[in-house]
Design a binder for this molecule. Structure first.
Ligand code: PLP
Length: 376
């Protein structure tokens, strides 16, 4: 019997959109010129980068020159957080306890360099409230960094309110929008953020490419010194094909954002409708407002890693909520921060549907998980 293949880990990465691949191909094969050369052979590559910058700028409502291409979300997060320290060594950085490690470990690096960092506590739903920020922010804060949507539990943060508090206290505001862009509407002007990071492979673009929005006039040190690419802020020969693929995939996902979101919610509903936990107690983590298609589910007394491997045997790919970095071994820093009891946290899996998933995938996953739960 052919083993089914049901990929349900779209929060980790997504399949490259085939039309995006077609858009990339010319720049991988025939149009391979270095985009920075003055001769006519470079024109197409240079124009393709310019067009991609315009597409992305229009997608998040900013100016094209405010977009800086990077190698992905990790790079953008490192750049912005460490930049805050370079410019204001005596001021503090505020971030949350539930950020991706790209932000958290950049903040911890700043601490090692002698900087001061405060970590905001989330509520049990994973929300970073305005009140929590108000309790920690002081006039000597250089940067507040809070993610737009959490990658483990999907909670969408009140970015607009948080940015307002940051600005009222003379601080810049940065948001890691890696999980949000392509799934929920993002308008940097409406939100009032100064900087934002994103990554192509989370919305069916290629891996290894992303961008940072940096509001015009914001003081920023170059991330990479070298040539004059990206306004002199991020040197290195441009990855033309990948930039084109990312812009294409983003534009495509935004054209169908409402339709995709409805479909992802239908998949979630179908999963729960078809799930028979056979008496096993469970909780669904995260807030009321969350990224569509992401389910973080915890089963009391079970082992999330065992569930992952048992589903793997059925051709279903999900992830756990664990990363061995916390004081409670095998419990993710996010589940730890939202105070999920150890007994539950250990039994957590994350299912993240994507645009290629169908109702049958949700049903199949629920059916196989039900069988596993019955046996355990
Ligand atoms: N930030 C968040 C919230 C993420 O989910 C991820 C990836 O999982 C990253 C940053 C890192 O992005 P990249 O894989 O492009 O470096």
């Amino acid at each position: 019997m052919i083993k089914r293949f049901v990929y349900l880990d779209n929060a980790a990465t997504t399949k490259l959109d085939e039309d995006a691949l077609e858009a990339m191909k010319p720049y991988l094969i025939d149009e391979y010129a270095n985009a920075s050369q003055p001769y006519s052979f470079s024109r197409k590559s240079r124009n393709a980068i310019g067009k991609s910058r315009e597409i992305i700028a229009s997608a998040i409502n900013c100016l094209p020159e405010e977009i800086h291409f990077t190698s992905g979300g990790t790079e953008g997060d490192n750049w912005v957080v460490k930049n805050a320290f370079f410019y204001n060594k005596n001021k503090k950085i505020i971030t949350s306890k539930i950020e991706h490690h790209a932000v958290l470990n950049s903040a911890k690096r700043v601490e090692k360099w002698g900087g001061t960092v405060s970590f905001l506590e989330p509520t049990n739903l994973g929300l970073i409230t305005k009140e929590e920020l108000e309790s920690k922010i002081t006039q000597d804060t250089s940067l507040v960094s809070v993610m737009m949507a959490n990658n483990e539990i999907g909670t969408i943060e009140p970015i607009k309110e948080l940015a307002r508090v940051a600005h009222a206290n003379g601080s810049l505001f940065f948001t890691d929008a890696v999980q949000a862009l392509g799934k929920i509407k993002v308008d940097v002007k409406e939100l009032g953020v100064d900087m934002l990071s994103s990554s192509g492979h989370k919305f069916n673009g290629p891996k290894g490419v992303g961008f940072v929005y940096i509001k015009k006039g914001t003081k920023i040190v170059p991330f990479l010194d070298g040539g004059a690419q990206e306004g002199g802020l991020r040197a290195g020969t441009e990855n033309v094909a990948y930039i084109v693929g990312m812009a294409y995939a983003l534009e495509k996902s935004l054209q169908k954002i409402d339709e995709n979101s409805e479909q992802l919610k239908r998949l979630e509903k179908e999963f729960f409708a078809s799930l028979n936990t056979n008496g096993k107690e469970y909780v669904v983590n995260g807030g009321e407002e969350k990224i569509p298609g992401l389910i973080s589910i915890s089963f009391k007394g079970l082992d999330g890693e065992a569930l992952l491997h048992l589903l793997d045997l059925k051709g279903i790919y999900v992830s756990t909520g664990s990363a061995c970095d916390s004081k409670r071994i095998n419990i993710s820093h996010v589940l730890d921060a939202i105070n999920l009891e150890e007994d539950w946290a250990r039994g957590t899996i994350r299912i993240s549907f994507g645009k290629n998933n169908r109702i049958e995938d949700a049903k199949y996953c629920a059916k196989e998980l039900s069988t596993i739960l019955k046996l355990l």
